[in-house]
Design a protein around this ligand. Sequence first.
Ligand code: F6P
Length: 438
Amino acid sequence: MDAYSLRPDELGDLTIERLGPPTIDSPLIEKGVHFVDDDEKILVYSHSENIEACESSGKELPMFERAGPRRKIFFDSKELNCGIVTCGGLCPGLNDVIRTITLSLIWQYGVKKVIGFRYGYAGLSSKAPREPMLLTPEQVKDIHLRGGDILSSSRGPQDTDEMVDNLEKLGIGLLFVIGGDGTLRGACELTKAINMRESRISVVGIPKTIDNDICGTEQSFGFSTAVEAARAAVCGAHEEARGHWNGVGLVKLMGRDSGFIAAYATLANSDVNFCFIPEVPLVLDGKDGFLQRLEKRLDKKHHALIVVAEGVGQELVEKDGSREKDASGNIRYEDIGLFLKRRITEYFKEKKKPLALKYIDPSYMIRSLPADSNDSAFCLMLGRNAVHAGMTGRTDVVVGYWNQYFVHIPIAVTMLRRKRVDPEGDLWQTVLETTGQG
Ligand code: F6P
């Protein structure tokens, strides 16, 4: 079992918390929907190594609850107000999720009022920069066709008690929180505060990260769009490199701690000669260092294509040890792309060899795009399953995707760590084979 998977000893109880027993017939019964039974479970492990490790430790095989509509629900939709909040960086598909949740609540379940909090958790605080927005079918009609986030977002936590006060004041029974690991940690705190007050408010999370780094879900929305757009940037860089003698195309892609976008964009393009991800140390100098290998490549082929994820080689870039943090508590990284550009240029200047280096950084352009078809369909299924989970009174839960099923994951599982590329795994090994970077 690799260090990047979920480990049986850390999984704990995968039962999902509920506000109370579901006693109300779902309005979906009339619509002839296929319901999921509460005892339908999805195995966490499918690899024999993991299964054997569980069996030999005498542990039961861990299973996630399957997501989907239930015959009995907890909330009476006629009396339910719902809220949606989006936090953290933009991500293709945010508007799709907002739209799907709104339409599913109103059209499928008959909920009368859905509101969107503005600017992330700040919109739930006592100093909300804007009043919440009423979300109606008319309001969300076309929002999936545009990028960005109609609710706007922000980073960082807010006072939990203030947020619960606000939810109670607005009579919200079900809150959907769309965000990354920091946001989901905030959602977990919110649930604890709600439970302390014995309030009847469910909190359902939808994992959002363009980096695809949320633990406990195989895929997160926006990732497919990001890889597709990244591929276009990599293709452009490739042409630039081929268009000049000793041309180098250098593309920096998002990926703070996890290099999934860089790795997949490299495979999708397969002309990339060097791909660098945060999970694998970057060795710049020395006999087998990157600069020497780049020189060899240029001597032979006279062009080269490089993809680097933003979180790579921060130990090389950091000058004075100052580690400023953003509002989410993430260390602000220095620009590894600009750093590489400078070091490559200096190296070839010293060697008195020609170089035509073009640096492309499409990061923010990529994450503000509308979702591609794959992501749109995925967002729709995620959003609907989040609504089904919430209507049954499940709380402290995230809707994820695992072994080809939508599942309910306790928020705590998503907080275990960030999901990262396994340097020994198939993905990275295929990148090494494709690039030949060794
Ligand atoms: O969390 C996703 C992400 O896209 C990271 O890859 C990146 O480091 C971060 O957001 C940057 O976001 P911002 O510039 O908005 O803080």
